[in-house]
Design a protein around this ligand. Structure first.
Ligand SMILES: O=C(O)CCC(=O)C(=O)O
Length: 285
């Protein structure tokens, strides 16, 4: 899969790109089945609901998520934007059940990730179900990535899928562009692009796989060296602690590393919050 010159220009101008092919319909149906089998067969792991592992650093404990982050079609396109050396910082699933009130407020991803204002992070968000406008697809504000990180207010709204319900006030929603996706399609968004999504009013689950890609040059300003999985090229810079990704399904060694990583990241991800940022209870950074 190759991005056209026009698509590259569009990403540079808008800070997002939608409707890119990632998986064929039969592949995406199989991936969805595998995810739903995990939910059925492993509702709790180490006293945590499986949603915890789905929502932060899933690549460390679920080999399927590590493999998906290595999908050549996704990497080929990401490489055209970020360059030939790529690492994965986190793989997450954003699931909204049909007819529920779960939403994602307007935010910029990298606000609390300790990576400064880097241009070298992007999310590939893959639709594992029909992610229509009705199902609560993402909306983006074109060009918002060109500014700095702006203030976010913590709302701790229980229907908000973000860990602290962080929200940018005063976004001009009239400028928002919907990123509806068919199953197997993906969108890319820049770490400073304002984005949000509404509730799922469809009659199916809305399932999105978010893969956070970074380059070796991205530096953790806050927490010293952070952990990332090399998926393409090489990491000569060694600014990240390179981890291999899950060796199976919830192995003891992988679970120990998962806890080590999340403990290491928690202080940064929760910095400045006035309430409890519950990274262990299904919240996402
Ligand atoms: O799934 C959503 O609606 C939001 C996802 C999101 O905020 C992200 O991937 O950065």
């Amino acid at each position: 899969m190759t991005l056209t010159t026009q698509q590259l220009a569009s990403y540079a101008r808008d800070g997002f790109l939608t409707g890119l092919p990632a998986f064929a319909p039969d592949q995406v149906a199989q991936i969805r089945n595998q995810i739903e089998a995990l939910e059925r067969d492993h509702p709790q792991v180490n006293d945590q609901p499986i949603s915890q592992y789905f929502r932060v650093n899933g690549q460390l404990v679920i080999s399927l998520l590590a493999e998906l982050a290595r999908t050549p079609a996704i990497l080929d396109a990401v490489e055209q934007i970020l360059g030939r050396n790529l690492l994965v910082w986190s793989v997450e699933l954003f699931i909204k059940e049909p007819g529920t009130h779960s939403v994602v407020s307007w935010h910029q991803d990298i606000t609390y990730w300790g990576m400064g204002e880097t241009d070298e992070e992007l999310t590939a968000w893959v639709a594992l179900s029909d992610v229509s406008v009705q199902a609560g697809c993402m909306r983006f504000i074109p060009g918002s990535h060109k500014g700095s990180i702006v203030d976010h207010d913590d709302t701790f709204d229980e229907n908000n899928l973000l860990s602290r319900g962080q929200e940018i006030a005063g976004v001009d929603e009239a400028k928002a562009v919907h990123g509806a996706l068919q199953p197997g399609q993906m969108s890319f968004h820049h770490g400073r692009c304002f984005h949000a999504s509404g509730p799922n009013m469809s009659d199916d689950r809305r399932i999105g796989l978010a893969i956070r890609y970074v380059t070796p040059e991205v530096r953790q300003a806050e927490m010293g060296r952070d952990y990332a999985m090399l998926v393409r090229g090489k990491d000569d810079a060694q600014g990240w602690i390179n981890v291999a990704g899950a060796s199976g399904l919830f192995t003891a060694a992988d679970l120990a590393l998962y806890n080590e990583v999340l403990t290491h990241q928690s202080a940064t991800l929760a910095a400045g919050a006035m309430g409890n940022v519950d990274l262990y209870a299904g919240g996402s950074a």
